[in-house]
Design a protein around this ligand. Sequence first.
Ligand code: ADP
Length: 228
Amino acid sequence: MVTADSKSTIEQSALSALKGRIPLIGLTGGIGSGKTAVSDLLTQLGAGIVDTDLIAHQITAPHGSAIALIEKQFGADFITTDGALNRDKMRSLVFATPEARKSLEAITHPLIRQETTKQALQLSEEGAPYLVFVVPLLIESGSWQNLIDLLVVVDCPQETQIQRVMQRSNLSREEVEQILAAQASRQERLKHADMVIENQGSPKQLEVEVQNLHQKILRFQKDRLSSS
Ligand code: ADP
């Protein structure tokens, strides 16, 4: 029998088949650090982007692949009238009940892995020179370290993160601080980084940083091919 877990192992091995063929880059950073801004710029430069946060949203959007399973596990109360996950209700539940968070993740994580693998293989077949996996909680999850060749951390001062997220997501300072408290610290993230994108300047400065990153990744692949 193919269970959700054994299936995800099969998919992970499909993903690791890409290892050594093209650079596999992990991109992480705290909320509001600029991961989406960086991945948008990398897309323009031709990178293959797999955004796990976007996938997590898609599977819980109206009639997404996680909806029927969530309804079965948690009840119809957790589904909105248009067939999406009721995010506010679920946020309150998982915040108060660690067991509920585990049950939710047991549904969503295999589906996210499945879609991540599908998109990565497709982008590679389409000729992407390298793949970038955008994973907000990459450091915290621990399960990416073996797959990726290079870890890129987007970094800026915490106060900048707070200001950006308050503006972008219309949240209060307390709400943003609560999210930050549940994430790895800036120091912890930087400790694991192979490369750091400083994003405390202007959007124009970020563009230059991202162009440099793109060149470094291409050089990484060139060096790897010439030494093999
Ligand atoms: P993340 O994906 O890491 O949560 P985003 O890329 O969404 O962060 O950036 C958070 C907010 O800050 C967005 O509204 C984005 O447009 C803005 N932003 C990102 N980088 C800069 C920058 N260098 N200058 C000004 N605004 C920025």
